[in-house]
Design a protein around this ligand. Sequence first.
Ligand code: 13P
Length: 250
Amino acid sequence: MASLIIANWKMNPKTAKEAKKIFFGIASGFRKIKKAQAVICPPPAFLSLFIGKAKKVKLGAQNCHWEEKGAFTGEMSLAQIKDIGCRYVLAGHSERRKLFGETDEMINKKVLAALQIGLIPVLCMGETAEEKEEEMTFRVLKEQLEKGLNGVAKKAADKVILAYEPVWAIGTGKVCGASQAEEVNIFLKKALTEKYGRKIADSISILYGGSVKSDNVLSFVKDAKMSGVLVGGASLDPKEFIKIVQAADF
Ligand code: 13P
């Protein structure tokens, strides 16, 4: 499977001008990429600037509401996300969980609603520093996985993407070692196999996220055998982002 590299710009950059510079920088660098796939998740205010603007780069939303429509001020529905041309949507990013109080139940509703409408949900999971300290990583992941995928039928499961993003590694420069990432990869694969069977489990991409840069990406996509990476800060620098994609282009 070709590596999948997802860029999460979070609430950056400040201006449309800057956003265009980054996006088109990435799009032009992509000409030399052979197999790796990329998805860019700009902030919602800039999403529509990039629809249909780069053939090889797909678009995703960073968040969504699970209801079809209605009185939910400030929210963006999955129908709207799909209609403007996105194929992917992040669900359960740790910043959403921590700063905006999203629960596993809310995240599960987003995953189910995304699948229902034909979008690809990227279910983000990961332990905090305290949970890691207390050796709770696998317990946390199991719970987030089970609750996040609750009610996802076998026939829809291969449309889901998982992203392991240890909270302590996000934006800190502290990266998860390849052996821990590989252990998590194996653990999640096993849990998916128990739930959906081997064939479907093997077709579900599992990404790593947290301080990914061009000089450490290989430890995830090669050593830990992850299907790709979810990149925050480094995705705002087109040259660095393309270097990441290039390293994973095999
Ligand atoms: P950083 O790459 O900035 O650590 O962010 C990771 C992330 O949260 C991607 O969703």
